[in-house]
Ligand binder design. Structure first.
Ligand code: GUN
Length: 284
């Protein structure tokens, strides 16, 4: 196995082990465990897989989980009613609304209706605002997982040129803020950015989150850059690949995440982490 790999499975196992120990202790002490509710509306294929993986991950660390699967034609009011119930349900500490939601549902309205204290995805404006201000809060799981991986491998962030490809609320923007808080010099590139290749070539750290298969190639990457690939794209052959051409870029990078087995497992790990944190906050 290459020693350049930033292995999300290894880092996840370590953190999930620590979470399991905490959950076991809480169970002994309080006779209760943290609880996570996942809400899935419609039949989106990848979302079904995410939700199933989340359930298994909860089981493995002893977190209670429940799934609420609703049909594609669920109305906004029905969904709001369910969220209101979960906001008030004592054994539920975390509420996850699986995205994307069907087109007829206003995503912002739905995400804003989740109690910020149970917003383990970190998508509520209160938690996004706390992140902006550098206050401890619930941090969006994928960017949080990226930082945890960089910390695990003791990779320097301070003073580095970090380039984030993508500006989504879920990954790009929070990743940029977290890197900034770690004293990186951060550039965010997006679909309207000119000279992306030139900007990338100057990056010490690249976070690729644009959802374009193998977009980042060797010629765009500086020697010894650290490359974090958030992409999960399925090729026509059925193969899963990231936003980075791993085989090419692996040669030139100092460290790189694989797809699968890089960022993916960390997202779920940080969801478990946030759910445990929410439980601890609820009893303190
Ligand atoms: N859809 C794709 N990624 C995510 C995520 O991290 N959280 C939720 N809730 N939905 C998603």
């Amino acid at each position: 196995m290459s020693n350049k790999l930033i292995d999300g499975k290894v880092v996840s196992e370590k953190i999930r082990g620590e979470i399991k120990i905490s959950v076991d202790k809480l169970k002994k002490k309080n006779s209760t465990v943290p609880g996570l509710a996942a809400v899935l509306v419609g039949e989106d294929g990848p979302s079904q897989i995410y939700v199933r993986n989340k359930r298994k991950a909860c089981e493995n660390v002893g977190i209670y989980s429940e799934e609420h699967k609703m049909p594609e034609n669920t109305s906004e009011d029905e969904l709001l009613k369910l969220i209101d119930k979960l906001n008030n349900q004592e054994n539920i500490n975390g509420i996850l609304i699986q995205l994307p939601l069907p087109k007829h549902i206003n995503e912002t309205k739905i995400l804003n209706s989740v109690n910020p204290d149970k917003d383990v995805d970190g998508f509520h404006p209160v938690n996004a605002g706390n992140l902006f201000e550098g206050k401890p809060s619930y941090i969006a799981c994928t960017p949080h997982g990226i930082i945890k991986m960089l910390e695990h491998y003791e990779l320097d962030i301070e003073g580095k040129n970090a380039v984030v490809l993508g500006r989504s609320n879920i990954v790009g923007k929070p990743a940029a803020i977290l890197l900034l808080q770690k004293n990186a010099t951060v550039t965010v590139c997006h679909s309207r950015t000119k000279n992306i290749e030139e900007i990338l070539k100057n990056a010490d750290i690249i976070v690729a989150a644009i959802g374009r298969a193998k977009y980042v190639t060797k010629s765009m990457v500086k020697k010894d850059a650290i490359v974090i690939d958030v992409g999960i794209n399925r090729l026509e052959t059925g193969k899963l690949v990231g936003d980075v051409d791993f085989d090419e870029v692996h040669d030139i990078a100092s460290m790189i995440t694989p797809v699968p087995g890089g960022v993916g497992p960390m997202t779920i790990t940080m969801l478990l982490w946030n759910t445990l944190k929410s439980y601890e906050n609820s009893i303190s």
